[in-house]
Design a protein around this ligand. Sequence first.
Ligand code: R5P
Length: 311
Amino acid sequence: MISDFIIFAGAANPALASRIASELGAQLGARVIERFPDGEISVRLEEPVRGREVFIVQPTSPPVNDHLIELLAFADACRRASAERITAIVPYFGYARADKRHGRREPITASMVAELIQTVGINHLVTIDLHAPQIEGFFHIPVDSLTAAPTLCQAFRRRLPGNFVIVSPDAGRVKMAAEYAHRLNATVAVLHKRRESGTETEILRVVGDVRDRACLIIDDMISTGGTIAESVAALRAAGARSEITVAATHGLLLEGAREKLTRAGVREVLVTDTTPVSRQDWPQLQVVSIAPLIAGAIRRFLADQSLSDLC
Ligand code: R5P
């Protein structure tokens, strides 16, 4: 059933790549990644890829630009070495928040990244909880955006307090909140968020019934932690119970985010391993692996089967 395939791990998340390979009973392809003194990145495949199906696992997580260039370099190496087909597994797609112009003299960087990915010969992109689903339209190759919602709901199911509500921290996450609500048999509240800058947000209003209820805030990513901290404050001000739990697909958790969430009094934070996350010194954090989902997708690609039962 499984054709000849090989999985390469970029430097962004080799631990996830190893978990995916072990789910599939495979070994990672040997490769060398080096950095020249001037900052240039060099990659070398140490195994033949001619005629083979290649999967490159590389979230474009921070440092985003380095990881993006490394992904492009890997794909270029595979194409020049006559790989049959190149699938980029980019569990976290950086620049996804730059999906539209806010002013007349701004780029649409997500679209530019899509062009680059296609230019180097990547034939297929797999990603998880793409920030804006319309980004798929920047590509003319197949894009499979899987969702971590079933994985995170499964992990939560037995831990949630009674009488809880799913909270979307902004209008962009309402569909994701509805998906969680459907799976966990709950209702949804939505926050009206205004973004002041890359690091500052303001919650203007809580829409929905949160009084005396426990809250599960869901989001696609936690970056600086500002959105979640502001959301917690707004929910408490609206009379929510103090048991506030957070589930986010991508735990970027940039410097200062953990402290911000601790100060906010979040009870538990659940993220996946789309990007590398360390649990060290932060007992509130739980990390669930997305590897079985990605391995399941790879199995289906190799057998030319539909992904409908996965997402
Ligand atoms: C925004 O639209 C996203 O869905 C996240 O809410 C946001 O990017 C999280 O970033 P931060 O943690 O810096 O507020």
